[in-house]
Structure formats: C-alpha cells, structure tokens
Design a protein around this ligand. Sequence first.
Ligand code: CA
Length: 464
Amino acid sequence: MKKFFSKLTFAAALSVAFASCKKADIADLSPNNEGEDKKGISSAKGIQVVPNELLVKFKAGLSEDEKMEVLTMVQGKVKEVVLTEAMKSAGDKEGIALLHTSLASLEAVARLQGARGVEYAEPNFIYNHFATSNDTYFTNGSLWGMYGSTGTPANQFGCGARTAWANGKTGSSSVYIGVIDEGVMFTHPDLAANFGTNPGEIAGNGIDDDGNGYRDDVRGWDFAANDATVFDGVSDDHGTHCAGTIGGVGGNGAGVAGVVWNVKMLSGKFLGSTGGTTANAIKAIDYFTDLKTRAGLRIVATSNSWGGGGFSQALQDAIVRANNNNILFIAAAGNASSNNDAVANYPSNYPVANVIAVASITSTGGLSSFSNFGATQVDLGAPGSGIWSTVPVRSGGTTVGSYASYNGTSMATPHVSGAAALYASVNPTASMSTIRTAILSSVTPTPSLSGKTVTGGRLNVAGF
Ligand code: CA
C-alpha cells in the first residue's frame, strides 16, 4: 500500500502543474515524459494516464467525415463510445468517444486542443484509492471513530455515532449509498444484511431486465471488468473496508458497526488491480444517477475514496449529472499531505454543489500526517487513522470475512457517507442540499482543522 502512497505523492506533484495553469496548457506537458512501466501504465510528470488512449467530446452534430478528420489528426480510432443512460437523460445524444491512438496520449490530447469539431480532448486518467493498510489481522477492534465527546478521553474525537445510536437513530433500509471504489465483499457477515439489490434486475437470467444497459446488475456493476461480478476476491479489500465504515451491520454482537446500522449499499466497482480510469469512473457515477430515477431508489450519495489525474471536463460533467439528480458526491481529499487550495486534488476539488471533500483526523484530534487539507477546497475532517473495518481474507483455501485497520482519507470519506445515510434516514424528505448543510453545520470545531478546512471542524453526527 505504500506504493500507492508514493504514487499519490507523485500525482500531487503533477497536479501542481495542472493547478497552476489553465486547462489548455495540458498541451504543454511534454509527451517525451510519457513512458510506460511494466504494467503498461504510462505517466508524465508522475500523473498516470492510460497509454495510447484519450477521451474526446466531439461538437454536437459533427458529420462522420468531420469526425474522421479529427481521428486522422491523432492516428486514432474509436475504441468505445461512452454514452450512458444518465447522459441521454441529460440531453446528450452522442456521449464521449474513447479513442485509441498510435501517438502518446498526451501528444494526441495536445494536437486536439482547439481543433475544429472538438469540444474537448483529455487523457483517460488512472485513479487510485486513498488508503494505506498497516495490518491485515484482526487484533484490536477499537472503533474510535464511532465514539465522540461523550466517550472516554481516548475516543473523544470520533464522529459521535454512538450517541446517535443510543438515541435510536440507526439508519433505514430505504436509504441507498453507491460505493464507487473497488468491489465489495457483499457476503461478508457484517455487510450482507446492508447490501442492496437493484430491484429491477433478475439475477443470472442473462437479460438486461431493467433496460439500463447492464445485464444481471443485481449488486451493482464491475466497470473495470465490464461484468456483473462486483466482488472478485481479496483484492477488493479497500472497497470492502469502506463499505464496512458506511454500513457495517451494528448490534449483531460481532465485528464492527458502520456509522449507520441499517442502509442499502450497491457497488460501482471501477478500481481494478492497476487503478481505475476516467472512462470507467464516469460510467460508475452515471450508473447511480440513472438507477436513482429508473428504479426509484433513494440514493442519497456516492462514496468516493479515490483520486488522481488532472482536471477532466468529462468527469466533472458526470458529477454535475449526479448533482442534478440530488445525489451527494462525497470524496476523499487525498493522501499527499498537501494543500488542495494550492494543488488541486481530483475529484474532491470539482466545483459542483454536491461535492463534500473530506480530510482525515487521528484518534487524538490531529490532522492525519498524510491528509490533504484546504481552507476553501476541503470541507471537514473525519476519522481516518487506525480505522477498523471489514475486509475479505483467504483462509483454508476460501475467501472469508475478516477485519483490518487501514489509514487514509479513504477511511475518513465513508464516515461522512454513513453520516449522509444516517441523516437521510431520520429526515425522509431531506434534499441533497439539506443533508449537506446538516453535515457541515454540525461539525465540532477542531483546532487541527481550523484554517485548514471550510468548516474548521470534524464530523459530528451525535445530534442527527
Ligand atoms: Ca440491468
């Protein structure tokens, strides 16, 4: 996991270049810096992009001949047209073209900047999750993040969930959260009861019953492998860990408890063994946007413990579509110990009203050493150091549910996602903006977050 940490540090360094220049200056990134490592991941100045790919938004109504001219400019061909149901609902009939190019991807992007017929062209970035694990064995179940000011002194910096539970506020099975991450071990004993299903889909019949473009997407969809299997084994530990913090089954006398004890989660898996791409992140975000209206589910938020890359208009547009459908986009601030006001971190920096950017704090109330911050770009802090939650492990030749302690803004983010679900359960008609305001206005002022976050405080759900 340290590998991810160093990669993220590089990504932050590159983000300086992005943040300090206009979008069009992406073209200034020298293609010569784009090399491929052994995994086929290329990078320029530390940022990761899918080699020989780019995303292009053609201007509306462009003829096939005109598109061909654009393709010729980059020796490209259309690999896939990303046209999600959410895009169609938003009035976009053409979507985004994912191109394969024989050029280095950044060179291809540079050639298309300002080209006739091109709305925008950008790399297909690679994103990674924002966690570091320090152990894979369950030795200590101290869930400090769920305590609060009424706990023991050692636990006073938790999010106050214990108080909410004591007041009978433990969530609702009619509230849904989309976990956009790796996959989730939804059979984990501490998750099974709180993992939802797509009500419009019949499992295993090979038919797209609800017509959303995905066959047998009962638990969500794996956008990395493009199949219905959202749990692929122990490599889905990070997604499983995040899910346990949102909604680990509480009160069952075993394991951990999430911020909400009752909730329904669905998986938008797009992070695979080499991370996830912009194209697949867009599909995952749009999946939940579409599902909300299609199935009438009360999807209040997606939980996004991942990041990297530079600015993407295409990704921002997907977040806007979620916003326009009243879905919060709760995002990790990043693990580069840097200031997101100076060095943009994506997706947490996108200027869309549904975004909540989350920093990480320790059990003694400090800003976690790895955590990004930002007086205007990071909203609040939440527990992210030494967080115990659910994971899959191999034991006796099978994959079984277990527990582990991880660190990261990845771990802080699902605390806030759980808080959104908790508030929504207590306030059945609350809008997205009401939920967001409730979370941000109820923080506990915290010195380590003062001047480093918008609210200057840490998550506090005790009064929900
Ligand atoms: Ca379907």
